[in-house]
Write a protein that binds this ligand. Structure first.
Ligand SMILES: *Cc1c(COP(=O)(O)O)cnc(C)c1O
Length: 231
């Protein structure tokens, strides 16, 4: 069943890419496995998926013990500063950097571990009060500050669009995130590449791909509904 779900999502990504005249290989599917057990993750792993997303440090630590070492874990949920030390070196990419203080802590811990940590800046494009992330108008100010921190590399931007009945309603936010990313990329600041755009979830990943997503984060469409809603 998971295999069929996965195939459907992969097919939809290819179709959306083609509609936008994009190369489907430029889009990475991150299977969001939060709240799901290691056995289910292994099933999806056995279908070839190597990129998994979690929103809690504890789950990344526990699951990475139980699952093959060639999995890349993506930290996609709000990260508390006191959890940074534990996740450094365990996550391939931290998508959810939503404050300068958090970036400073990541920098400090990365420096202590002697590694460079890849991050995305989370942007609250729709200005939802319940969501984390920088306001679009803050980015020009904070971008060079975070880029200047040691042992941090800013790969791009991430957003979680509003929960809407019609995914077309989110197209404008995906388009805005893409434009913000292009604008920051044009600044050509050291320790930034701005080639990653993490946007699109179960409800709206096809629209996100059409608007330039390079990473989509899909949970429910692959693993089914989550029993507990932690978000
Ligand atoms: C849970 C989660 C997802 C996946 O959501 P689905 O609707 O189940 O696809 C994607 N991104 C973030 C940040 C999440 O917390």
């Amino acid at each position: 069943m998971l295999e069929e779900n996965l195939k459907k999502v992969q097919e939809n990504i290819v179709l959306a890419a083609k509609r936008a005249r994009r190369n489907p290989d430029d889009i990475t599917l991150i299977a969001v496995s939060k709240t799901k057990p290691a056995e289910m993750i292994k099933e999806v792993y056995d279908c070839g998926v190597r990129e998994f997303g979690e929103n809690k440090v504890q789950e990344i630590l526990q699951k990475s013990e139980l699952l093959p070492p060639d999995i890349s874990w993506h930290m996609i949920g709000h990260l508390q500063r006191n959890k940074v030390k534990a996740v450094i070196g365990r996550a391939k990419l931290i998508h959810s950097v939503d404050s300068v203080r958090l970036a400073e802590e990541i920098s400090k811990q990365a420096f202590n571990s002697g590694i460079v940590v890849n991050i995305l800046l989370e942007v609250n494009v729709a200005g939802e009060e319940t969501k984390y992330g920088f306001r679009p108008d803050e980015l020009n100010d904070i971008f060079p500050k975070i880029a200047a921190l040691p042992n941090i590399f800013i790969r791009g931007l991430m957003t979680s669009a509003p929960f809407v009945a019609d995914p077309e309603d989110n197209r404008i936010y995906f388009r805005q995130l893409k434009q913000l990313c292009v604008d920051l990329r044009n600044k050509n600041i050291d320790n930034t590449s701005m080639d990653v755009l993490s946007m699109g979830m179960t409800n709206d990943y096809e629209v996100a791909v059409e608007e330039g997503a390079t990473c989509v984060r899909v949970g429910t469409a692959i693993f089914g509904e989550r029993e507990y809603n932690f978000e």
